[in-house]
Design a protein around this ligand. Sequence first.
Ligand SMILES: Cc1cc2nc3c(=O)[nH]c(=O)nc-3n(C[C@H](O)[C@H](O)[C@H](O)COP(=O)(O)OP(=O)(O)OC[C@H]3O[C@@H](n4cnc5c(N)ncnc54)[C@H](O)[C@@H]3O)c2cc1C
Length: 404
Amino acid sequence: VGEACDVAVVGGGIVGLAVARALALARPRLRLVVLERESDVATAQTGHNSGVVHSGLYYRPGSLKARLCVEGGRELKRYCERHGIACPEVGKVVVAVEASELDRLEALWQRGVANGVADLRRLDARALADVEPAAGGLAAIHSPHTAIVDYRQVAAALVADLIAAGARVVTGAAVRAATRDGARVRLRADPLELDAGYVVNCAGLEADRVARLLGARPTVRIVPFRGEYRLLAPAAAARVRGLIYPVPDPTLPFLGVHLTRTVDGRVEAGPNAVWTLSRRGYRRGLPPLRDAWEALSFPGLWRLGRRHLATAVFEYRRSLSSRLFAASVRRLMPALADVDLVAGGAGVRAQAVAPTGELVDDFVIVQDARSLSVLNAPSPAATASLAIGRFVAGRVLEALSERG
Ligand SMILES: Cc1cc2nc3c(=O)[nH]c(=O)nc-3n(C[C@H](O)[C@H](O)[C@H](O)COP(=O)(O)OP(=O)(O)OC[C@H]3O[C@@H](n4cnc5c(N)ncnc54)[C@H](O)[C@@H]3O)c2cc1C
């Protein structure tokens, strides 16, 4: 015999936890269950990211990313302050190192202004040296309120909030099947059977598969991109004050290899963006057959490959060559020597790809009467998580009230 709840959230990453918290705040009597496949929350993208609280500089004005990043970033900082989580505003510079990047830097400035990012400054080479002495470049944008945080700590605080509110967070519960039973959905998450009034799918790298289990027909497919980091050796790390980013390629949703100070005092360089067949592809190696088959039988992937072949080849070469990786970092920090970089970790991004081969830029949320799926929540979704949570919770409560 299974248990019953009003809303089940699939996925204990920061987005699922934030959605559940927003639901608990809005409707304290709602019976809520979060189902997480792994033995702990925040072990996937949320636990393997750069830890940056973005200010909202990059995103197309009017997009969900722009709105929810600016709103969510502010809320996240307040949340961290209330919960005693370190979230210092170390500030960020986006640096143009070649004249050909100056127009794109200007376009970024315009976006930042349109998105209402506070206290942005333009820096010339001399002013850049004052803000980040180790950075080299022709011009930069300084975003002083960009912050850093450990998103695992935020996730742990969200779990504590949920438990205090009477919700359940069940780990080791991978959702494997969903059947519709009248107005309700029966979920099988061995060994648990759960009868839910509504299901919210925040399964990250598995979001398209879980959406299909729930009866949706998503046209997009999740394509995993591994992001590999190196660490700066202590002497080099001591020269970096905050965050140093390149001007991103506007045709890609990735921000480019950057230097990131972490709250525990390290400085990471990365991540690159290496396309992988494996949804848990933290290391190189053979992918699971199912991942490989699903990816290779998706026409969008082949079209993506044709569109971005040169970039994909370069990313593979840079992944295999520490010298090439060091050269990318040196564009931002000219005095860096190859030996200043040591091995670091990796994360895997979930990026939705359309059948046309396009990398879907904005957050994507699809919904029917019994379920809602967050199908594309790449960066800055961790920054935006509390705002995404409120946005999604609003749509879930609307759907529940329409059903009566
Ligand atoms: C390398 C890298 C760097 C990044 N840097 C930043 C940054 O600096 N700032 C920022 O804002 N964003 C950053 N991001 C993006 C950010 O980490 C993600 O947008 C965010 O973590 C997404 O959260 P999520 O909850 O959707 O996904 P996840 O954290 O991946 O959580 C999804 C959860 O669903 C679970 N799950 C999957 N399938 C099932 C199932 N069938 N049943 C039950 N549970 C299931 C998974 O185990 C996982 O815990 C970065 C991402 C990466 C990978």
